[in-house]
Ligand binder design. Structure first.
Ligand SMILES: Nc1ncnc2c1ncn2[C@@H]1O[C@H](COP(=O)(O)OP(=O)(O)O)[C@@H](O)[C@H]1O
Ligand SMILES: [Mg+2]
Length: 274
């Protein structure tokens, strides 16, 4: 196995973990923290929250990478305006990620397929290997944070991602619907079982604000607080908003101060990580 020196978990894992660890670290990479964005369910806003998190950290002066680990449904390239890019630079030391506006380093399956809409018809083990390669064979270089947009669900690929990357913590995304919350709580339990701390929950599409009278309308009449375990807290509630729908077109500058200030609790919990 390659050295622990460049591993974000270096110094924090037990002797027992060291014995069973199979994570291969690229000696060129010095990534301080890896943060997963997860939900257990698709369509709740994982990718949007991942991009928002990456850009807000960047705006706070950190060096940030964004890894699209949703191999079969990669949506990060569109969110960061890189949908027409393909990887052109690679050597025996690894592939060079593509740089988005502001210096964000990005890796996605869509940078490797012929066309943006070419499907990836691979089975679980191959997908899992690709995720590992996105860690070992990509030259991320010096990063304060690598944000990982996790695949939906708690099956095969999500498990591989959690086992293959030395994650520092997970931000869980949910919408305030009974059924979604039940599925997301499975993901919370999965992260706990795999010893990855859940840093908190983003309740997305939580409400709508009337553009005329500013009244807040709850969409789903259900609050995630009902199911969250004592040690997993809701960090912020984001509205259903056109600004977030158009994130891929406008970028972070299109997002209002109201939303960014609500989201600052997520930034704080990530930057407070020791
Ligand atoms: N707060 C929000 N308000 C409105 N639309 C949103 C919001 N968050 C996400 N969306 C939209 O919902 C869809 C799914 O979001 P996405 O981030 O791709 O979810 P996931 O990665 O969990 O599948 C996208 O079309 C996205 O633009
Ligand atoms: Mg997604």
């Amino acid at each position: 196995m390659s050295s622990c020196d460049t591993c974000p978990s270096n110094g924090s894992c037990s002797t027992e973990q060291k014995k069973t660890c199979t994570i291969e670290n690229n000696p060129l990479n010095h990534v301080k923290k890896i943060i997963g964005v997860m939900s257990g369910k698709g369509g709740v806003g994982k990718s949007t929250v991942s991009a928002l998190l990456a850009y807000e950290l960047l705006r706070n002066g950190y060096k940030v990478g964004l890894l699209d680990a949703d191999i079969t449904g990669p949506s990060i390239p569109r969110l960061v305006k890189l949908q027409n890019k393909r990887i052109t630079s690679s050597s025996e030391k690894g592939m060079t990620p593509i740089t988005a506006a502001g210096g964000l380093k990005v890796m996605s399956t869509n940078f490797l397929v012929e066309n943006e809409d070419s499907p990836v018809l691979w089975r679980g083990p191959i997908i899992g290997n690709l995720v590992k390669q996105f860690w070992t064979d990509v030259i991320w270089g010096e990063l304060d944070y690598l944000i990982v947009d996790m695949p939906p669900g708690t099956a095969d690929v999500a498990i591989t991602v959690m086992q293959s990357l030395p994650m520092s913590g997970i931000i869980m995304v949910t919408v305030p619907q009974d059924m979604v919350s039940m599925i997301v709580s499975k993901a919370v339990h999965m992260a706990e079982k795999m010893n990855v701390p859940v840093l908190g929950v983003v309740e997305n599409m939580s409400y709508i604000k009337c553009p005329h009278c500013n009244e807040t309308i709850d969409m789903f009449e259900y609050s995630g607080e009902n199911f969250m375990s004592e040690n997993v807290k809701i960090l912020c509630k984001l509205p259903m908003s056109q600004e977030l729908i158009h994130f891929g077109k406008t970028g972070i500058t299109g997002v209002s101060d109201d939303i960014l200030s609500e989201f600052s609790s997520v930034i704080n919990v990530v930057t407070d990580l020791k």
